[in-house]
Design a protein around this ligand. Sequence first.
Ligand code: BGC
Length: 382
Amino acid sequence: MTGSTPSSVLTTTQRKDVLMRRGIIALAAAGLLAVTGLTACGDDDGGDGGSADKKPKIGVILPDSKSSARWETADRKYLEEAFKSAGVDYDIQNAQNDKNAFQTIADQMISSGVTALMIVNLDSGTGKAVLDKAKQQGVATIDYDRLTLGGSASYYVSFDNVAVGKLQGEGLTKCLTAMNKTKPVVAYLNGSPTDNNATLFKQGYDGVIKAKFDAGEFTKGPDQSVPEWDNAQAQTIFEQMFTTTGGKIDGVLAANDGLGNSVINVLKKNNLNGKVPVTGQDATVQGLQNILAGDQCMTVYKAIKKEADAAAELAIALAKGEKKDTGKTVKDVEGNRDVPAVLLEPQSITKENVKAVVADGFVTKAELCTAAFAAKCTEAGI
Ligand code: BGC
């Protein structure tokens, strides 16, 4: 804060103005404003929490480290980079799928003086409790990746999750068609029933595949959700699906790469890997390797750097008591509320364009192209 008028000699309005301009300059310097095209729309000390008088500090609670590799390998890394380059104080913790720990971490963050709190809820109930408490204490909040139904977050930053599901539905349809399967039996292995995203993904893929069922082109197979996206449970569930259908499953819509890999494990035991197309999401190293091996039909790449940058930009603004216009809202049907939102576009990945994920810096060639995959990587142009 060198070279500027001491805040103490300014009127409140002048002080707010100076702080807001400093905020915008800092964001512009960090290159964050350019990322999403968000516009500053004036400072705000009322209602949304955050305070221009407190030292900005951002708390982030990630959900777990098992339901997807992304939380620790991508989200944490990119959020950290964004906070560091903007020079703000931050604290990123992981609740490891423990709802009590989630609440405790939030309490600690609030009492340690965070001015903005970003959460990936474990379910809407616990998420709402944390958001409401933060709001009461004047802490601004963001729903990161998962919308908390009935919640009170000031912003929601995610991908267009119905579009994610649509890509999965289209991807599976393409693979089944390419394999010339007649009236294939399609099974659904959905995400956690308490994750609003899982509902949106299903809306997306069902929107594509239901028409095929209705037209008699595909046959509807088992359809089950996986509690907490648990990969081990997913494997048990799929084993049961496989047994009860007498092995008559021709394609599997698995909602993410972890669930997809559980399905592939069962298919491998039955020498059916590569013969039954399986979908995924997150472009994890494991998912991409399954694609290169020919065991997985596709995944969905979500450029998490963009998601983290957009959320960090908003969190920094809120932490400083500023407000931004995202130009878009999503409906929280449970709270009957329009939540200002940033929704990014997902991308479909098949063997043909796995290299795009490497080119984007999301996974490295070293991580992906281990000895067992070196030849496949060369074939895929990586
Ligand atoms: C995220 C996915 C992730 C899943 C399990 C969802 O809410 O959007 O990217 O695979 O949770 O962690």
